[in-house]
Design a protein around this ligand. Structure first.
Ligand code: 13P
Length: 288
């Protein structure tokens, strides 16, 4: 199946009260692990790619061609959207030109008027190419802010204005944080999520920082309109832990254990397990 825009899959998820995972990729192992698992679980899926990951893999065309080739050669039939995560203005344009089917324009660090104007421009270009658009209000903190017990809360009025730019889904800070959650994390603000939902003109909502949020909070967020959940760190941790175990057990020193197809396999399987857990938690199995 050809790559698809995320608009339809997220509207369906919002209406059906489940969420689609947007899982970040770094290379071929990540791509195969996520797509094979989504196929096995008969789940729609989004592959998130940060601009840093694009650079790491060699460029936008490398990513697009790799993902398309995996979909084709592995016979992936579930809906797959290739999504630029936290894209810059120029990055979104390059992603659209290279065949990404969804982009997040992250203007959350710019003054609101500029964010709105640039979002409108990206929406026009993206929609002319059949590409879906996510935009963000309220920056989402990172673990370097670990001393702070909560992430930022988006301003509902700003959410309303951004939702009127023609975007297809909206990311809003509700106390979520990228990376590992600090010990003193206050949890998601469901009061703010309800206000954001009210303001967002019915758009599907996006929850960033999906790694490590307890299941009850994930389920509650989905019930309140979250239809896309981003996960990155948890796969990285799963891969690193399994690879560390393999090496610490000296397996790379046994026979041809140094062969990357063997060395990377425990991490690959650990990522598949993590994706399977997320699909079950988000309720997207058998929704393809
Ligand atoms: P985590 O790394 O916390 O899962 O966040 C992922 C994310 O939100 C990507 O945009």
């Amino acid at each position: 199946m050809a790559l698809v825009s995320a608009k339809e899959m997220l509207n369906k998820a919002r209406d059906g009260h489940y969420a689609v995972g947007a899982i970040n990729i770094n290379n071929l192992e990540w791509t195969k692990a996520i797509l094979e698992t989504a196929q096995a679980e008969n789940s729609p899926i989004m592959l998130g790619v940060s601009e840093g990951a694009v650079k790491y893999m060699g460029g936008f065309h490398v990513v697009t061609d790799m993902v398309k080739a995996v979909v084709k050669d592995l016979g992936i039939t579930v809906p797959v959207a290739l999504h630029l995560d936290h894209g810059s203005f120029e990055g979104c344009k390059k992603a659209i030109a290279a065949g990404f089917t969804s982009v997040m324009f992250d203007g959350s660090h710019s003054p609101l008027e500029e964010n709105l104007a640039q979002t409108r421009e990206i929406v026009a270009l993206a929609h002319a190419n059949g590409v879906s658009v996510e935009a963000e209000v309220g920056t989402i903190g990172g673990e370097e802010d670990g001393v702070v017990g909560t992430g930022e809360l988006a301003d509902p009025q700003e959410c309303k204005l951004l939702s009127e730019t023609g975007i297809d889904f909206l990311a809003a800070g509700i106390g979520n944080i990228h990376g590992k959650y600090p010990e003193n994390w206050a949890g998601l603000s469901f009061d703010r999520l309800e206000e954001v939902k009210e303001a967002a003109n019915g758009l599907p909502l996006v929850l960033h920082g999906g790694s490590g949020i307890p299941e009850d909070q994930i389920k509650k967020a989905i019930n309140l309109g979250v239809a896309k959940i981003n996960v990155n760190t948890e796969l990285q941790l799963a891969f690193a832990a399994a690879t560390r175990k393999y090496i610490e057990e000296g397996k790379d020193l046994e026979g041809k254990g140094f062969d990357p197809r063997k060395l990377l396999n425990p991490g690959f399987k650990a990522m598949q397990e993590t994706v399977k857990e997320k699909i079950a938690m988000f309720g997207s199995a058998n929704k393809a």
